[in-house]
Unconditional design. Structure first.
Length: 148
């Protein structure tokens, strides 16, 4: 047997206490090592961290977009107001009258469409309008090209 030193416990209660403390420390060490080797858990923790960061960035981007949108609206309103001040009253009156005529003609065209267009054609209204717009644009381009 070895000779007893001053660091070694002399009574059984102190010995039990040291053994219990050593077991606890060893358990904590093993848990720490197990956590380091648990790749799945570490990946999930990293994913959760990155997700939180992404949510934060999304919120910042949304706030920035809202701010820029409000700025753009304000500048557009300022520009519209400045333009309105510069446009002479007769031009404004003519523009309002033209807009009224366009609304009236659009209503008449809608009614004519409902009365005269066959039902299968009415069901494909967006395609027909798109084709008509494309034809008008093509005619405009051809006319402009012919003038040069």
């Amino acid at each position: 047997m070895t000779q007893s030193s001053q660091n070694e416990p002399t009574n059984p209660d102190e010995l039990r206490h040291r053994v219990e403390r050593t077991r606890h420390e060893l358990g904590a060490t093993l848990e720490s090592l197990a956590a380091k080797t648990d790749v799945k858990a570490r990946a999930q923790e990293k994913a959760a961290e990155l997700k939180g960061h992404a949510v934060e960035l999304k919120e910042q981007a949304g706030a920035r977009a809202t701010h820029l949108s409000e700025q753009a609206r304000g500048k557009a309103a300022e520009a519209a107001h400045a333009l309105e001040e510069k446009v002479p009253a007769p031009v404004k009156d003519k523009a309002a009258a033209a807009a009224g005529q366009v609304r009236t003609r659009a209503g008449q065209a809608e009614q004519l469409w409902q009365d005269k267009a066959p039902e299968p054609v009415r069901d494909h209204r967006k395609a027909v309008i798109g084709l008509a717009a494309a034809a008008a644009a093509l005619a405009f381009v051809l006319l402009r090209h012919g003038r040069k």
